[in-house]
Design a binder for this molecule. Structure first.
Ligand SMILES: [Zn+2]
Length: 455
């Protein structure tokens, strides 16, 4: 029951009427001056709507402050009975429309030395942040969408006229990200431990036509934690899973993937593989005829594939091969662009036409002495991946061969949010924001909303 409901309503209707009449008066004034346009009215409407929102917020506060429950739960979570310590204490709860003032009596537990409002639990006015779930979602959404927590708060100020601090935005979104991440982790571990349930293997004749693509890549994230070699850089592993039937060719020849799932993990392959396996299982691993894994030359990727997707066709991402050949050519011909381009073309032509042996010979001819650290030993790279660069054959069969899709995924999902200059992440914070990024870019933001409202 809400006490004084009629008084609250009639008082606020009076206020609203006054605000709307003022709105009309101002409009008439504008018209008298010959200044009535949609532009001047829009400004005026802004003021009016702000006032109306204030009235609604006060009404919300009025309802919550006047709630009466027949039973007052005075038992603290520790089991001790609480007593009333103060009357009429006001707290402000930040909602997506502004602050809601709630006034109520306070209970206090003498054992825990903690207090709370009389019906705080029942009315969901709890938690140390005093922020509603709607506002929590907005802060979390903005914090993962734009390049920094500072920018997130700028956008919230501009669009909602609500001020929150970047630290607040960070704390809130990392808390939500943590819950999202841990739920995914639990699912991933379960799928990995019980593959027979997560991805039961159909008998061959029942397999669906089609291909399941699994793309993986890593990129370095700057953290606040030094590893045992003194470096603060840590690899963020990223995976992308989609089916060929979910790829649509547009008229201009470009392609979009309508249904896809990203997974990210800031840490070892031992855990990452579980996330990737769970995503593949969700996409139909075990039911689809062909599995194709595309990755760069990193050994961890192929070791993982051997264990988790032993039946997959392995393809070395052509984008990475191309990049490595170009870097190597820069080392061979630092000052001669014509020769450099010609050499790059000769190597790539060989590889693309199925003459891998010849490509190896051409690289070997040049030798690899005094190779700087940041240049990949191309000869070994090609030899080690010999069975993954049969591009001629892959193209004939209609496989994708990489060419940058995971690279641009890395930019979209991770880099634009997490690798701005000067950015450094705690390992957990980085993981939690990445979990939110992957949900957003996989079109699964609903999972995040669900997590917020379920708590
Ligand atoms: Zn207690």
């Amino acid at each position: 029951m809400i006490k004084n409901i009629d008084t609250i309503v009639s008082k606020n209707i009076g206020e609203m009427e006054w605000v709307l009449k003022e709105f009309a008066k101002e409009a008439v004034k504008l018209d008298d001056k010959g200044e009535l346009t949609i532009t001047t009215l829009e400004k005026l409407a802004g003021k009016t709507i702000k006032s109306l929102i204030q009235i609604v917020l006060l009404m919300m506060g009025g309802f919550l402050s006047n709630v009466v429950r027949s039973e007052v739960n005075r038992i603290c979570s520790c089991g001790k009975k609480m007593g009333i310590s103060k009357r009429d204490v006001t707290t402000r709860i930040l909602s997506m429309f502004g602050y809601v003032p709630v006034t109520r009596d306070m209970l206090f537990c003498r054992r825990c030395r903690k207090g709370q409002g009389v019906f705080d639990k029942e009315l969901e006015i709890y938690g140390e942040h005093r922020i509603t779930k709607g506002m929590t979602e907005i802060m979390t959404y903005m914090s993962q969408l734009v390049p920094s927590f500072e920018r997130a708060t700028e956008a919230i100020k501009k669009l909602l006229n609500i001020e929150v601090s970047p630290t607040q935005a960070q704390i809130i979104s990392e808390e939500v990200g943590k819950r999202v991440f841990e739920k995914e982790k639990t699912k991933a571990e379960l799928a990995y431990e019980r593959p027979e349930d997560a991805a039961p293997q159909e008998v061959v004749k029942n397999l669906k036509e089609g291909r399941l693509y699994i793309l993986t890549d890593g990129s370095q994230l700057n953290t606040r934690t030094e590893n045992n070699k003194g470096s603060t850089w840590k690899e963020m592993k990223l995976g992308l899973v989609f089916k060929d039937s979910d790829v649509i060719k547009r008229k201009d020849g470009s392609q979009i993937i309508t249904k896809k799932e990203y997974v990210s993990y800031l840490g070892s392959v031992g855990d990452f593989k579980k996330f990737l396996f769970a995503a593949a299982a969700r996409a139909g691993y075990g039911k689809v005829k062909e599995i194709v894994v595309i990755g760069d030359g990193a050994q961890w990727i192929w070791n993982m594939v051997n264990e988790v997707f032993p039946d997959a066709v392995e393809i070395l991402d052509y984008f990475h091969l191309n990049e490595n050949v170009n870097d190597y050519a820069k080392f061979l011909y630092p000052d001669n662009e014509v020769k450099r381009k010609k050499w790059v073309k000769s190597i790539l032509d060989c590889v693309l036409s199925g003459k891998v042996d010849k490509a190896v010979r051409l690289v070997e001819e040049k030798g690899s002495n005094n190779l700087p650290d940041n240049i990949v030993n191309l000869c070994n790279y090609i030899k080690n991946n010999e069975h993954r660069i049969d591009y001629k054959n892959y193209k004939e069969k209609g496989y994708y061969i990489g060419s940058g899709s995971i690279e641009s995924a890395n930019k979209t999902v991770i880099q634009q949010r997490m690798k701005q200059s000067g950015m450094r992440w705690s390992i957990n914070g980085g993981q939690y924001i990445a979990a939110l990024r992957t949900k957003h870019e996989s079109n699964k933001w609903d999972d995040v909303v669900e997590e917020i409202f379920a708590s």
